[in-house]
Design a protein around this ligand. Structure first.
Ligand SMILES: *Cc1c(COP(=O)(O)O)cnc(C)c1O
Length: 303
């Protein structure tokens, strides 16, 4: 849209153990260093709408490592919006400089409001939003994780005509906005597989709000214990994958998805001769923060 974008190509992945499956990764992470992958797609029509409605300020919500917070701060900075991040965890107010995501957002001009976990849980209540309006005047509200109808519309632009040749489309799932867009623009002959990065069974319902097709499924075996939870096996996998394919994966979303796809290939999940397309949804800004946590625990880090 409104700033310079990198190209997102489909990169073939060498699968030494499986000659019967073809795997490609769509490099949406290359769109932009921070407003990357699905975060660019999800913001696109929201930012156009905010401009059209003449808002000067964007307000959104997120946790301390949120790719969405980083993307909103960066996009706002590039496009001349003031940005406000409502951040989960009051204790973080004094730890901005220690936190890579928050300090990046701050450098991009984002103003923060730190709230308790309890207040954060009620962030969509009328009362809480009214208070935010009192403090910050008028703003264009982007939901947590950026998912709304305009975000889904943006994600409907991820697949192109040539992608119709794929039998399976795979993506990591957080709030479900990205997979909803993929489902909407898929062919009925294609199967869309979502790999949730967190536990919980609310996703099925959330996705159903945005889609009418039924050619999709959630693969719930690869969340590694929950959101942002990882282990040595996953870190080793991400490092080996990068060394072999020169593609960095993030530990929260895309690392878990590709780990899952490899495991499913080994287990014979995909029918012989299938072409599988995995969407690289970006999220690479989160690696630094995760490595700080790993280092503090004396665990192996992401190279
Ligand atoms: C936010 C994010 C997701 C999850 O997208 P949803 O639309 O919330 O499901 C997946 N991958 C990456 C890298 C993300 O940053």
């Amino acid at each position: 849209m409104m700033f310079k974008l990198g190209r997102s190509i489909n990169q073939p992945i060498n699968l030494p153990n499986s000659k019967e499956i073809e795997l490609f990764i769509k490099r949406e992470d290359e769109i932009h260093p921070v407003v990357s992958g699905n975060k660019y797609r999800k913001l696109k029509y929201n930012l156009l709408e905010a401009k059209k409605e003449r808002f000067n300020t964007l307000l959104t919500f997120g946790g301390a490592f949120s790719n969405h917070i980083a993307a909103v701060a960066s996009a706002g900075n590039l496009l001349g919006f003031k940005t406000i991040g409502v951040i989960r965890g009051e204790e973080l107010e004094h730890k901005i400089l220690e936190n890579e995501t928050l300090s990046f957002a701050k450098q991009n001009g984002m103003e923060f409001k730190f709230v308790s976990r309890e207040a954060y849980r009620n962030k969509t209540s009328e009362a809480f939003l009214a208070k935010l309006k009192d403090t910050f005047n008028d703003f264009y509200l982007i939901p947590e994780g950026g998912t709304n109808a305009l975000a889904v519309k943006g994600c409907e632009e991820i697949l192109t005509e040539t992608d119709e040749a794929f039998d399976y489309i795979c993506c990591a799932v957080g709030t479900g906005g990205t997979i909803s867009g993929l489902i909407n623009c898929s062919k009925l002959s294609q199967q869309v597989l979502g790999f949730p990065a967190l536990k919980g069974d609310f996703l099925q319902q959330d996705i159903s709000k945005f889609v009418t097709k039924t050619n999709w499924d959630l693969i719930t075996d690869y969340h590694f214990g929950g959101y942002a939870k990882i282990n040595d096996e996953l870190v080793a996998f991400i490092n080996e994958f990068k060394e072999l394919n020169k593609i960095p994966l993030d530990p929260v979303y895309t690392g878990k998805m590709i780990f899952g796809i490899f495991d499913l290939i080994n287990k014979g999940y995909f029918k012989k001769g299938s072409k599988v397309l995995a969407i690289h949804t970006g999220g690479l800004q989160g690696i630094k923060g995760m490595n700080r946590v790993l280092k503090n625990k004396n665990l192996p880090i992401i190279e």
